[in-house]
Design a protein around this ligand. Structure first.
Ligand SMILES: [Fe+2]
Ligand SMILES: [Fe+2]
Length: 271
């Protein structure tokens, strides 16, 4: 089904938090791991603008459909960070705003350069550029919406759960845009399909890599995988299965590789 950009634009406002009683946030205690996971999400959401900066260094900036979408998309992502921060403030935990300097200084310059080279390479061929950008975005958004769904499943704090579920609805729309555009961009050329697969296989990393230290990326992957006694693994593998539905990307298996690297697929979920 095609993505209706005009309809998205008409409704793409800041996340509505109407009706959520943040005064009740403290009534259901969260453990340290959940607070650590929330810190990850708010930091990554708050740095979407860094990703936009790299995008605008490519020929992507000449496509008005893309620049229109990313203008609203980056705006919505910022409000996701603010929504989690609002919950954390109400709960009495440190927010992303308080960690801004620390997070910025953690951004790995070498990795940024590496990604900038990737952006430049992608920029050489406009078809590869578009297809890679859209496929990358689809994988990132699907990972994010999966992450929010797993966190919502893990917590017994109804205030937090409602915030996470509302953010997840936005992420699903973002995913729909990227996935549909990727399908279209990959349709016409075997060269584009092969290059896109190769670039994703080479460069794609889970959302937050490069912004958060590797130890935090590994922590979050384990934490999400362990949801429901280990059944989160299937949800994470579903990211691969979803992206593999795109033309030419049937071998996409980056989440499987990440989880294998952490030894997570050797452990059977508890029954
Ligand atoms: Fe988001
Ligand atoms: Fe998103």
């Amino acid at each position: 089904m095609a993505f209706h950009l005009e309809s998205y634009l008409e409704h793409a406002g800041p996340l509505s938090l109407e009706g959520i009683d943040f005064d009740r946030a403290r009534h259901w205690p969260l453990d340290e791991d959940m607070l650590r996971a929330l810190a990850y999400f708010t930091d990554v959401e708050g740095h979407t603008i860094m990703w936009v900066r790299d995008l605008l260094n490519t020929g992507i900036r000449h496509d008005p459909r893309v620049t229109t979408f990313i203008s609203c998309w980056a705006y919505q992502e910022l409000f996701h960070s603010r929504a989690i921060d609002k919950f954390l403030r109400a709960y009495g935990a440190p927010t992303g705003e308080e960690r801004l300097h620390e997070v910025r200084s953690n951004i790995r310059v070498l990795k940024e350069r590496f990604e900038a080279v990737g952006s430049w390479l992608i920029g050489i061929h406009p078809g590869v550029q578009k297809a890679t950008y859209y496929s990358w975005g689809a994988a990132a958004e699907y990972t994010t919406l999966t992450g929010y769904a797993l966190l919502a499943r893990r917590t017994n704090n109804p205030v937090l759960r409602e915030v996470l579920l509302r953010i997840g609805k936005d992420e699903r729309k973002h995913f729909a845009f990227y996935f549909n555009e990727a399908k279209e961009a990959l349709k016409h050329s075997e060269l584009v399909r092969q290059c896109t697969y190769w670039l994703l296989d080479w460069l794609w990393t889970p959302v937050g890599s490069g912004i958060k230290p590797q130890a935090e990326v590994d922590f979050l992957t384990r934490y999400l995988a362990d949801t429901d006694g280990g059944r989160g693994r299937e949800a994470l593998l579903d990211i691969d299965r979803t992206i593999a539905r795109l033309p030419g990307l049937h071998r996409f298996a980056k989440m499987r590789k990440v989880m294998e690297g952490l030894g997570l697929l050797d452990q059977r979920p508890a029954s």
